[in-house]
Write a new protein. Structure first.
Length: 150
């Protein structure tokens, strides 16, 4: 069994792998967006799993509902950030960044500060280093048509 930090890192890498393919396909959501969404989902599941034992004596209380309610609200906020104008879609990475920021806040709220710090540092990695990587991929393959069959 892996620990929470390893799980977050695995989720980040796997999301990035999917994002690389999306970058090759010239899609708006690429390495950074997929990395953040994957890692944020992982963080929320980890938080839910870690909080369950804290509330075993409370029959009517399920801590997983707290996080899910917050995420639904954040989803509406993130939806408002995404803008489609002409043939250009923008705001996806900003929305993913807001979403993982919410997950980090939930982690801190439940008392998992070190997990939140790790997720924050990983998010900064995605938003900076992965931006450079994604930019290089896009620049290199700009003009190369992708037919979706490979």
């Amino acid at each position: 069994m892996t620990n929470a930090y390893t799980e977050l890192l695995i989720a980040l890498v796997l999301g990035a792998i999917i994002g690389v393919e999306r970058s090759f396909a010239h899609k708006t959501a690429g390495v950074r967006t997929y990395s953040l969404v994957s890692m944020g989902s992982c963080l929320l599941v980890i938080i839910s799993n870690l909080t369950l034992p804290m509330y075993t004596n409370y029959n009517a209380l399920d801590p997983q509902h707290f996080a899910s309610s917050i995420i639904v609200g954040i989803g509406f906020l993130c939806g408002g950030v995404i803008i489609f104008q002409d043939k250009h879609l923008s705001g996806l990475t900003t929305a993913a960044g807001l979403w993982i920021s919410s997950a980090v806040g939930i982690a801190v709220g439940y008392g998992f500060v070190s997990l939140a710090v790790f997720a924050t540092l990983s998010t900064l990695l995605v938003l900076t280093v992965f931006w450079y990587f994604e930019h290089q991929i896009t620049k290199r393959f700009k003009g190369v048509e992708y037919d979706g069959k490979n």
